[in-house]
Design a protein around this ligand. Structure first.
Ligand SMILES: NC(=O)c1ccc[n+]([C@@H]2O[C@H](COP(=O)([O-])OP(=O)(O)OC[C@H]3O[C@@H](n4cnc5c(N)ncnc54)[C@H](O)[C@@H]3O)[C@@H](O)[C@H]2O)c1
Length: 265
């Protein structure tokens, strides 16, 4: 097998990526790294203003003078909007080679005190959304005939609960990990790899609430993380770049834990 030089292993210049929930947080960090490696990136997010702000910020970034980023308003739980998202990637950039299913919500809710609608909402975004995006993008990838990379952002909660009142979230993320493995089997014949990244505690706009705690509570929280700090969004972005690039050419159906050792403790 041809051994590519290091300079080529992370070269995504011929690639088009869709990053759902890419306007802020982990999704934004992933979009930034994929763009830096040369990919054209569609930032697909429910929050149109935030997606447009991310588009201009990344297009102006110095790291990649040829940055090519477009924002796209989409609710990943709506099939018609998801199909329009894929059409937009094809129209703007000519196809799609990489999909990052990152959009997700994680409200804390007691199972005993919550209505069915709350459970369904979390599954609709975190799990059904990933299904809808994967289906629409995989069909396009198969039609293109040049393989592809699908990356699902799960969580340590896909393996083990991180705290109480996350049962709906944990159901969605365990589901997404199961979905990842079987879809990897289904799409392998088309040279489409499907892998997952399971982040631990990462600083993002969605986890701002973690800052509003006393020093004592913070210390208690950090004492459960062997590396004794929260992760930065770019620490997920770098692993996503690995999975989106040729560095991970023989990987499919895998889940990479990026949690500062949290699951060990
Ligand atoms: N931050 C963490 O500590 C952490 C840990 C483990 C897993 N994760 C997972 O990583 C992913 C990103 O988390 P984050 O902390 O960056 O989140 P965040 O709340 O900071 O950002 C989420 C983004 O997704 C978008 N979004 C929400 N619902 C959407 C929908 N229906 N359609 C399209 N876009 C939608 C939001 O507008 C927002 O831009 C999620 O799947 C989350 O479960 C996060």
């Amino acid at each position: 097998m041809e051994q590519k030089p290091i300079s080529e292993l992370m070269n995504l210049r011929a690639k088009v990526a869709i990053v759902t929930g890419g306007a802020v947080g982990i999704g934004y960090a992933i979009a930034a790294r994929l763009s830096e490696a040369g990919a054209k990136v569609l930032i697909a997010d429910n929050d149109e203003n935030a997606a447009k702000a991310a588009e201009s910020k990344l297009n102006n970034a110095n790291a990649n003078a040829n940055a090519n980023i477009k924002a796209c308003k989409v609710d990943v739980s709506d099939e018609k909007q998801v199909e329009a998202m894929v059409e937009k990637a094809v129209k703007e950039f000519g196809g799609v080679d990489i999909l990052v299913n990152n959009a997700g919500i994680y409200p804390k809710e007691s199972m005993l005190n919550s209505p069915l609608a709350d459970f369904q909402k979390i599954l609709a975004v975190n799990l059904e959304g990933a299904f809808l995006c994967t289906k629409a993008v995989a069909k396009k990838m198969i039609e293109q005939g040049r393989g592809g990379k699908i990356i699902n952002i799960t969580s340590v909660d896909a393996v083990h609960p991180s705290g109480v009142n996350l049962s709906f979230y944990d159901a969605s993320k365990h589901g997404l990990w199961g979905f990842t493995k079987d879809v990897a089997l289904e799409l392998a014949q088309h040279n489409i790899s499907v892998n997952a990244i399971a982040p631990g505690s990462i600083e993002t706009p969605g986890t701002e609430y973690r800052k509003a705690v006393t020093e004592e509570e913070k210390e208690k929280y950090l004492s459960k993380i062997p590396l004794h700090r929260q992760g930065g969004a770019d620490e997920i972005g770098k692993v996503a770049l690995f999975l989106a690039s040729d560095l991970s050419s023989y990987m499919t159906g895998a889940q990479i834990l990026v949690d500062g050792g949290k699951l060990l403790s």
